[in-house]
Write a protein that binds this ligand. Structure first.
Ligand SMILES: [Fe+2]
Ligand SMILES: [Fe+2]
Length: 409
């Protein structure tokens, strides 16, 4: 259902484009604002509560990418769409990979398609608005989390010099961190990555695992050691079981996405990483919002609801949005931000759909398989569309469970 209070801002330097949009949407139940430059768009955002921004890519003075970057930084809850009339690959790829835009609309557009995309984006905005109320209240109490973990920071720096990226220098950084090195060696020797020979150096492990897996393992290691309490035992939430839940979800997400024949190999690795980190917001709650987390668990237990619903009651936000906040703060790649943000609502996510859906289905199935524990007292339902994406039948599930157990050991 569209809400009459929802507001859209269109930014385009071509007056005739803005006029066509005005004509097309005048009887739709939305408040519309139009700006012919990025700076005028920012002025409107200062005064109005906007839910969705749709911006042209090429504009004089402030281009669309710079404008959307500003919007993302100042108003992260606003949904952002790029309207592109050019094959402007560089700006589009940057906008999507840095999460500046969550979707693209072609120019010229198909009227029905444009309205459909806007309706979906406003549903997304509604969901984010709900979660944002509580998030704003707790952001300050999360300030101790602002430091990006050192090893992650250093490998990010190394990745940013892609042309001169050397495995030796990356290995040198990772070798400084004993627990990350051990984790990399463990996984590079795992059957999950098909290794037949023993891997005993970090350098070799890096070559086998590749950048996406290494990034995920470094992050998950840092998060478990720096965000969670590490030892505190809360009734109803056991960190070791939670770690098994995360690992199982990563393994299963990888197995699921590998079933899609057209899938790019890099997405198979990315699904593993995304599964590993999908619930990182829960670790923030456990380690830094402990009293509230205790209440969340108690509420979920008493009302027999999902943790997610109890989070709304107690925090007015969820582990997805808390995780997203941290993921963006730490400049994680957009596929991770999307998987963390939308793993319970994959239908609201418009990019990285296969990865987000794999994590969504894996998260539900590992709870059905009773592999580890996510903190839920009830098993969530999988979105039917996501389930069908992997062509899964009920008969196959026992074998799938056995595979996850095999790779876990
Ligand atoms: Fe979750
Ligand atoms: Fe989960």
């Amino acid at each position: 259902m569209n809400n009459k209070n929802q507001t859209i801002l269109f930014v385009d330097d071509e007056e005739n484009v803005l006029n066509s949009l005005r004509r097309l949407l005048y009887d739709e139940p939305w408040n519309l604002f139009f700006a012919d430059s990025g700076s005028k768009g920012l002025e409107i955002l200062k005064k109005e509560k906007v839910d969705l921004v749709i911006s042209d890519v090429r504009m004089p003075v402030m281009d669309g990418l710079t404008f959307l970057k500003q919007v993302k930084k100042i108003y992260p809850h606003i949904v952002r769409i790029f309207l592109s009339g050019y094959a402007d690959r560089t700006a589009i790829v940057t906008a999507l990979s840095e999460g500046c835009a969550q979707q693209l609309l072609p120019k010229p557009w198909d009227d029905d398609e444009l309205k459909g995309v806007i309706r979906d984006a406003l549903l997304q905005a509604e969901e984010l608005k709900k979660k944002n109320i509580g998030l704003q209240k707790i952001i300050n109490s999360l300030s101790t989390l602002s430091a990006t973990p050192q090893t992650y920071l250093e490998i990010k720096k190394c990745f940013s010099h892609k042309n001169t990226l050397s495995i030796e220098s990356l290995a040198e950084i990772i070798e400084q961190d004993a627990s990350v090195s051990a984790e990399l060696l463990r996984w590079s020797n795992s059957a999950l990555f098909g290794q037949m020979y023993k891997v005993d150096t970090v350098e070799r492990a890096l070559m086998i695992l590749g950048i996406d897996i290494v990034e995920g393992l470094v992050l998950s290691n840092s998060i478990f050691s720096s965000i969670s309490s590490g030892s505190r035992v809360l009734t109803g939430f056991n960190l070791k079981d939670f770690q098994t839940h995360s690992l199982s979800c990563g393994i299963l997400a990888k197995l699921l996405i590998a079933r899609i024949s057209h899938e790019e190999p890099k997405n198979v690795d990315r699904a593993f990483t995304a599964g590993l980190l999908h619930d990182m917001g829960k670790l923030v709650e456990e380690g830094h919002l402990t009293e509230n987390f205790r209440k969340i668990i108690d509420t979920a237990r008493q009302k027999k609801t999902l943790l997610l619903e109890a989070e709304y009651d107690v925090l007015e936000t969820t582990h997805e949005e808390i995780g997203r906040h941290l993921a963006e703060w730490w400049s994680m790649p957009s596929f991770l931000v999307n998987a963390i943000r939308w793993h319970h609502n994959p239908h609201l996510c418009k990019i990285d759909i296969d990865i987000v859906s794999a994590v969504h289905v894996a998260n539900v199935l590992v709870q059905r398989f009773e592999l580890g524990a996510s903190g839920n007292f009830r098993i969530p339902q999988a979105n039917q569309e996501s389930f069908e994406l992997f062509e899964l039948s009920e008969e196959e599930l026992p074998a799938l469970k056995e595979s996850v157990i095999y790779y876990l050991s």
